[in-house]
Design a protein around this ligand. Sequence first.
Ligand code: SF4
Length: 229
Amino acid sequence: MLAPSKVASQFYCEKKVHLEQELGEVETETMRRGTETHEKAAEDAEPVDMDEVWRAIERGERQELLETMFPGEIAEFALFGIPDAIVFDDGKPQLIFDRKTTSIPTRLFQNQRVQIWIYGYMMESLGFETDDLQLAILSHEQELDPELGKQLQKRILSEHTVLELGKTTLHKEPTALVHLCEYATDDHMDDFQWALGYWRGERDPVPTENAAKCQSCPYKNTCSDSLVS
Ligand code: SF4
């Protein structure tokens, strides 16, 4: 069983993913703050009966689902993912939303692109039409007030159809942008297949070539490929 966030992390440092599997995951300050902001964003959400939600989606009703687990599959692998939000309308997914805390909100990193694309692919593998599907990532600096972050998330979920594709600045100091694109099956299929090679045991994990990543890595003192001493 694979999580999209884990597959996406291979594009940050695959060796780190490997060490997490071998040695156990280490909770970092960034992860702890990320959990807090996600909890804040979901605090108004009501628990739902998923059977009723599926019926409402089939009836073509709009549904906004926050932090909801979805299954999917590719080749011999089962996937389970929890996107920050999905908007359904007209019987199909219209928007998948993810939120990232980053020191460079203007830049979208490969692991972020791949993760949200996998959520889209999971929708497709469930049999949904994805012709209208958009992918939105809210990238913001760590200092963004969690309440403001929650409001920006709500705005993106309700206004994504009138936002420009590409980057839109939503707040300055601290910086918050939305990166919006249309989903396409082919966009990251090659990346996904490359990532699956590791889980199939076809190759050794690939370490990063960026020493800055090693500097902030919790495994820097045990990793044989660490670029820092
Ligand atoms: S020390 Fe560097 S190469 Fe090793 S797992 Fe961490 S980030 Fe990857």
